[in-house]
Design a protein around this ligand. Structure first.
Ligand code: PGA
Length: 254
């Protein structure tokens, strides 16, 4: 893996049930060309096994939208990173702002989840980003630094492990009326990259960590985000729910 290989990740959030997820996975698999960016889809937990069956022998990878920090035990309702691995997941989204907001996920929880995901062999897609209020108060950079520091506290990566960091300004995630222009992420990306160099060895930052963007990305701007020096991909919510639009995003960066 190098920084130059783009990755397109679709997260279906709690928007599609099992039959709809199977349908969408089939359409994306059918429409995708052999050459192009790495593509990942992240259905809901209950759809993972069925979507995994659809994606078999194809080039699209499977991701989950969360996992628990303990690997086994009496934790009603939680999902072990082991089970995700068992059903074929390669990636797991962690620390999404919707979970921070609605489920009170803390940086400490996210840090534990990242360690567990790495331990079982999943690649974490770690979301960080400021709220509109924090941006208006001029706190964007410090929020990103605090979130990244907390997320990666005590995390050590070996050369075989990878992390994806998704910079997702909370205020730009749909259905927000606000949109982030690609060039607006140049500074924040630099801040994140610089901070990563304080945490991890330079070679790890270069070869094992990819920075991507998420927040209302669609086929009109995905390529402009990815064209930026420090952006290696996009995390797409709403625009990944329709096969034509998601395929158009993939095509636009191919
Ligand atoms: P969106 O979601 O593309 O619908 O804004 C992105 C995300 O939440 O990761």
């Amino acid at each position: 893996m190098t920084e130059t290989e783009p990755i397109i990740i679709g997260t279906w959030k709690m928007q599609l049930g099992v039959p709809e997820s199977i349908e969408l996975a089939k359409k994306i698999k059918k429409g995708i060309s052999k050459k192009g960016p790495e593509v990942v889809v992240c259905p809901s937990f209950v759809s993972l096994t069925r979507v995994a069956d659809v994606l078999k022998k194809g080039s699209i990878s499977l991701g989950a939208q969360d996992c628990f920090w303990e690997e086994h035990g009496a934790y009603t309702g939680e999902v072990s990173a082991h089970y995700l691995k068992e059903v074929g997941c390669k990636y797991v989204i962690l620390g999404h702002s919707e979970r921070r907001k609605h489920l009170q996920e803390t940086d400490e929880m996210i840090n534990k989840k990242i360690k567990t995901a790495l331990r079982v062999g999943l690649t974490p897609i770690v979301c960080i980003g400021e709220t509109l209020e924090q941006r208006q108060d001029g706190d964007t950079n410090s929020v990103l630094i605090v979130q990244a520091s907390a997320a990666f506290k005590g995390v050590e990566l070996n050369v075989d492990q990878q992390i994806i960091i998704a910079y997702e300004p909370v205020w730009a995630i749909s259905p927000s009326p606000h949109d982030m222009q690609p060039e607006q992420t140049i500074e924040t990306n630099q801040v994140i990259k610089q901070h990563l160099l304080d945490i991890f060895p330079q070679s790890i930052v270069k070869n094992n960590i990819r920075l991507i963007y998420g927040g209302s990305v669609d086929s009109t701007d995905a390529a402009s985000f990815i064209a930026l020096e420090n952006t290696s991909g996009v995390l797409v919510g709403g625009a990944s729910l329709k096969s034509e639009e998601f395929l158009a995003i993939i095509k636009s960066v191919s």
